[in-house]
Ligand binder design. Structure first.
Ligand code: PGA
Length: 249
């Protein structure tokens, strides 16, 4: 049995003060909930506040990106060591918004993933096709390519903490959710790829999340599927009640 992971991706929302206010409401709503792992990924500037207020709780804190060097002349970047130093345990890598708007490539995703794993962070590596690729029948090819390139030169031993999130780009922030059947198909492609790269035992343990317009209303239909190991939630994670309802689907 793989424990499900429900992660919030706040994107570019909330100040430190709003972060504290969120957790004041959210923590009591999920207190004692240990069926699933809960992670919240706020903007960098909120991480310290988030770690502080979630201390001794069942909620872990993640970042939304990480650079592959420990330090250096890389204006605007943050390293894995920096994240660890403030108590962050998880990090999103290769989100489609990074790929679409900030020049993230399969190769930089691979570098970030390696750095995260080497540092001991738990990376949530995002893959997913855009609408044109799905309509052209290229979904499987895209997923295979993104996985092969992301996992390149990483051993199964190093990859132990890896989590993958399948996020079809056409379902992100659009209100369109992939059906559980579409998700299951994509997850099977990803798990096959993980089997090829890391071996069967590893792939059987690998958690593959779904992301894209997950809401309290559709969370249980998705989460009840055995092959869906959790969710990466954007918009609906900004409100404490709504994210708690998803966690407790
Ligand atoms: P959404 O975002 O839930 O707002 O669709 C998901 C994501 O981008 O991780």
């Amino acid at each position: 049995m793989r424990k499900k992971l429900i992660a919030a991706n706040w994107k570019m929302y909330k100040t430190p003060e709003e972060t504290r206010a969120f957790f004041r409401d959210f923590l009591p709503l999920v207190s004692g909930h240990d069926r699933d792992e809960i992670v919240v990924c706020p903007p960098y500037i909120d991480l310290t506040a988030a770690v502080e207020v979630t201390k001794n709780s069942n909620v872990a804190v993640g970042a939304q990106n990480v650079h592959w060097k420990n330090e250096g002349a890389f204006t605007g970047e943050i390293s894995a060591l920096m994240l660890l130093s403030v108590g962050v345990t998880h990090v999103i890598v290769g989100h489609s918004e990074r790929r679409q708007y900030f020049g993230e490539t399969d190769d930089t995703v691979n570098l970030r993933l390696k750095a995260a794993l080497e540092s001991g962070l738990t990376p949530i590596c995002c893959v997913g096709e855009v609408l044109e690729e799905r309509e052209a029948g290229l979904t499987d090819d895209v997923l295979r390519r993104q996985c092969v390139r992301a996992f390149h030169a990483i051993s199964a031993k190093k990859a132990a903490k890896l989590v993958v999130a399948y996020e079809p780009v056409w379902a992100i922030g659009t209100g369109k959710t992939a059906t559980p059947e579409i998700v299951a198909e994509a997850h099977a492609v990803i798990r096959r790829e993980a089997t090829e790269v890391f071996g069967e035992d590893f792939a059987a343990q690998l958690r593959i999340l779904y992301g894209g317009s997950v809401k309290p209303e559709n969370a249980s239909a998705l989460m009840e599927k055995e092959e869906i190991d959790g969710a990466l939630v954007g918009g609906a994670s900004l409100d404490a009640k709504s994210f708690a309802a998803i966690v407790k689907y």
